[in-house]
Structures are given as C-alpha cells and as structure tokens.
Design a protein around this ligand. Structure first.
Ligand code: SAH
Length: 277
C-alpha cells in the first residue's frame, strides 16, 4: 500500500496457525445460593448451574443431598470451617475460584441460603471482577425465610411487623455484636439475628435495655427446613435460656409477629411422623 511519503507500507495480516498453541478460553464462576438445606428449596436456576459445574466449591451449610445434584465427575471442594484441620481463609477461597476459572473451568461456588446475605458473596464477586472473570449470581432462599415459613410466622405482618431487619450476631473474639440497639428495640418490627446463638444472652439484654419489651414474642429455629429442624417459641426475656439448649446453625427472631409461631412439638407433626413410621 502506498503511503503519503511514497514509501510502501506493509499491511499486516492475521495468520491463524492450525494446531498451534492456543490460549484456553476463560471459564466462569457461578455464585449459587443453595437455600437453607431442604433440596426442594433449591431454585431451578441453581439446579441448572449445579448440573453444568466442573468444580463445586462449597461450604459446610450445604447438604450432601444438594451436592449429589452436581455431575459425578465434577470436583467437589469443601471450604467449610474446621476446628482441627486447615480452614481456608476468604482470600484463599477468592484466589481458588479465580484460578479455576482462568483454567477454563465452570466453577460453582455453592453457599447456604443466599450468597449475598451474610455469605461473603460480595467479596468473591469483587475478586472475580478484579481478575476479569465472569461471575453470575443465583439467589437462594435465605435461612430467615425458611425459618418463618416452618414456624408459620410471617416476618412482616399487617399491624405488628412493618419492617424486618436481618442482622449478624457475630462478633470478633468474645466481644458483643456492635448493632444499633435503639433502632432494633422499636416495637412493631421483626429482627432476625444470624450467627447469634452464642451471643443470645447479650443480644436479649441489649434489646431490653434499649426498651424492647421483655414480653416481645421470640422464636429460635435450628436447622430450618432440614429433617433435624428444631423450633423453640419464647419471649425476649426467655431467649437466652431457649438458646442454651441448641447448637446451631440457628436463627434468633424477635418481634410481635412471632406470636404466630408454632413450636416443633405440635401434635399434628407428631401424628404425621407416627403415620410415616
Ligand atoms: N447465606 C446464609 C447465611 C450464612 S451465615 C443464608 O442466606 O441463610 C450462617 C448463619 O446462618 C448461621 O449461623 C445461622 O444463623 C444461619 N443459618 C444458615 N442456615 C440455617 C438453617 N438451615 N437454619 C437456621 N439458621 C441457619
């Protein structure tokens, strides 16, 4: 091709060499909510994502029944917190997800409940974005919704629960959770506390000190939606004692609408169990 100064400029042509080295295409990460435990509470989208997984990176709250829905050849990696063996740090998990995707694999990061409700899904999403890896989010049924449904207690209710707030009771190293107690103590709202079992005494005391009535109905649901679910109906004053009998994972729910909650020891449930056995 002739250029303005009269010299001939060579045109570059792209040459594709068949069989030559090629860059593997980049895989992708699916952040999938597995719901509260009952496989029937998995969404169809979560199931579809799971069925395409080449690697499943899951935490401890995901049941074996749900893991079994991934292809048998998919590699399963547990990043559950362990007391005795090495637990993966969040940073290690982030790097693992990105590394598998850069290998060209379809990675499903399977989390209990919803990935964006106390699930650290946002950090994993950011790690993928920083690495230029596509990340898709599949929402899941968060534990609070399953707990309310099991107990027959609505989280919002006309006249007695105009709002519902999800908070974490988790606190670092023996400290108390740092929450806005004055706002949570206002009546006619439901407060759902995740990761709050071990802090139940302090949480109840704080709420009452901030003005929430000791008689406010409360509910604790352990293993919501699972075969071993246990529910305890209490009041705010009795929350600590009720919590002491449970091991978790469990939710503490405080609010006037919990007056509708039924405990696990229902006659009907016993009858159903007897009929099934
Ligand atoms: N992303 C999850 C929450 C993870 S934080 C969700 O959306 O549900 C972990 C806490 O969630 C546990 O300590 C417990 O408070 C709660 N939790 C998770 N699964 C539960 C279940 N099946 N029953 C009761 N509480 C549960």
């Amino acid at each position: 091709m002739a250029s303005a100064n009269g010299k001939t400029r060579r045109t570059h042509r792209l040459v594709v060499l068949d069989g030559g080295p090629r860059r593997k295409s980049v895989g992708e990460v699916w952040l999938v909510g597995a719901g509260p435990g009952d496989p029937d509470l998995l969404t169809i989208k979560a199931l579809k994502a799971l069925q395409t997984a080449q690697v499943v990176v899951h935490d401890g709250l995901v049941s074996d029944e749900i893991l079994a829905l991934a292809p048998p050849e998919a590699r399963r990696i547990s990043v559950a917190k362990r007391k005795s063996r090495h637990s993966y740090s969040q940073d290690e998990i982030n790097r693992m997800l990105v590394a598998f995707a850069l290998e060209g694999l379809t990675v499903v990061r399977l989390k209990g409940g919803d990935p964006f409700i106390f699930g650290r899904g946002g950090e994993e999403l950011e790690a993928c974005r920083d690495a230029g890896v596509d990340c898709h989010i599949v929402p899941g049924i968060t534990a609070a919704l399953a707990a309310g449904a099991s107990a027959g207690a609505p989280l919002t209710h006309r006249g007695s629960a105009q709002a519902v707030t999800f908070v974490t009771g988790h606190a670092s190293q023996g400290a108390e959770p740092d929450l806005d107690w004055a706002s949570l103590a206002r009546p006619n709202q439901t407060v759902v506390i995740y990761m709050g079992l071990s802090q139940a005494t302090a949480i109840a005391a704080r709420l009452m000190a901030a003005g929430r009535a000791a008689s406010t109905p409360a509910l604790i649901v352990e293993n919501a939606s699972r075969a071993d679910e246990r529910r305890v109906v209490a009041t705010l004053a009795g929350l600590a004692e009720a919590a002491s009998a449970l091991n978790g994972p469990a939710l503490l729910i405080v609010g006037e609408a919990m007056a509708l909650a039924t405990s696990g020891e229902q006659v009907v449930e016993t009858l159903i169990r007897e009929a099934q056995s």
